[in-house]
Design a protein around this ligand. Structure first.
Ligand SMILES: [Zn+2]
Length: 366
């Protein structure tokens, strides 16, 4: 039927252009066919995605549209790109880090001290464009702005980079707060929000904490920041359930009114909380390699995404820190397929549903 529609379009285009009286019919048929062609393209993208997974063709997978909704900008660069750019050798990371502190120490000593944050941001946009990522929710700690002068300068710089390196990517900049901030620091951050939100640039807010070094933070201390962000129309997210317990995830979602959870894999121990998340349609932005390399999952096959998906919780597949874990979003999909965690059909459904923010968000490409 789809093929017939394309033929119809081509045929009517030829015939009716010569006949002014039938333009009306031409237009309506043409529009209907464009509509079906859109579906046809989506269908063929799905077919190609599944075929490339089964062929384990990473280069081809990179051509298929995918989202990355959990991506730390300062760690979003491709390692090979940085190696070539700086003409340095970067040794492979260990198989597993004992903590986020150890991971960050390794990243600083082996990579970050050689390359400025500005260059890493640029490289992160380049990486996203090369992997056909759109939408891209890239997060920046609020404190990172301090390194670039004013908030206005920071946003101007990011807009320039995005335009230059990833013009076709639908960009959803995310502002992230430190989960273990003291109360006076939270007050200070809150006092800055008015100005930050006035630029109407950031599309989501995140709370990030190192669960390997700290206990779960007091979410209630951040309520006012999240409330203000919600009033400004931002999506609300937090890192929770990467470490810690299933209860932490439910608590954070309830207290901060989260729309999405970064990681959240600890919920796998609680069928009750998984059913609750499924009922409330809370999306978990999952980063399989990050979880494995930080010892939160024993492998791709055993990764909790399988069970979480089976409970009907919306999930997405993301990179977290490409510079350290050295896996693009395409590779993350391929790993889950190759190790038998998910079928190609399931991964395609995840891929398609995670593209939806692009159409949900009425903002332009920033
Ligand atoms: Zn993260």
């Amino acid at each position: 039927m789809h093929v017939m529609n394309i033929l119809d379009t081509l045929l009517y285009n030829k015939v009716y252009y010569k006949d002014g009286k039938t333009n009306y019919f031409y237009s309506s048929i043409f529009l209907i066919d464009i509509f079906f062609m859109g579906y046809l393209m989506k269908d063929s993208e799905s077919l190609m995605f599944r075929e490339y997974l089964s062929n384990e063709s990473l280069e081809s997978l990179a051509l298929i549209p995918k989202s990355d909704l959990h991506n730390h900008a300062s760690n979003g660069a491709n390692v090979e790109y940085i190696k070539k750019l700086l003409n340095i050798d970067i040794e492979a990371p260990p198989e597993c880090f004992s903590s986020i502190v150890e991971m960050e120490k390794w990243a600083h000593a082996k990579i970050k001290k050689f390359v400025t944050k500005r260059t890493r941001y640029e490289a992160a946009f380049i990486q996203a464009a090369s992997d056909n990522i759109s939408p891209l929710a890239m997060s920046f700690f609020r404190v990172e702005m301090n390194e670039f002068g004013t908030c206005e300068n920071f946003i101007k710089m990011l807009k320039g980079m995005k335009k230059k390196h990833a013009p076709e990517t639908f960009f959803l900049p995310e502002i992230s707060y430190m989960g273990h901030s003291a109360l006076d620091e939270i007050d200070y951050e809150y006092s800055l929000m008015e100005e930050i939100l006035s630029y109407d640039y950031f599309r989501s807010i995140d709370l990030c904490y190192d669960g390997s070094a700290h206990p779960t933070p007091e979410f209630k201390n951040f309520k006012k920041i999240f409330k203000k962000a919600k009033e400004a129309g931002l999506r609300l997210k937090a890192h929770v359930g990467e470490y810690g317990k299933a209860d932490d995830v439910m608590k954070a979602v309830e207290e901060l009114e989260l729309d999405e959870v970064h990681h959240g894999i600890a919920v796998v121990s609680s069928p009750q909380i998984m059913r609750w998340l499924s009922r409330h349609k809370i999306q978990l932005n999952i980063c399989p390699t990050s979880n494995i390399m930080l010892g939160r999952a024993s492998g791709y096959k055993e990764h909790p995404i399988r069970t979480i998906y089976d409970y009907g919780i919306p999930v997405t597949v993301n990179s977290d820190d490409i510079l350290i874990f050295n896996q693009s979003v395409s590779q993350e999909y391929l790993n889950l397929y190759k190790y038998g965690s998910m079928t190609s059909e399931e991964l395609d459904l995840i891929r398609i549903s995670s593209l939806k923010e692009e159409s949900d968000d009425s903002q332009n490409k920033q």
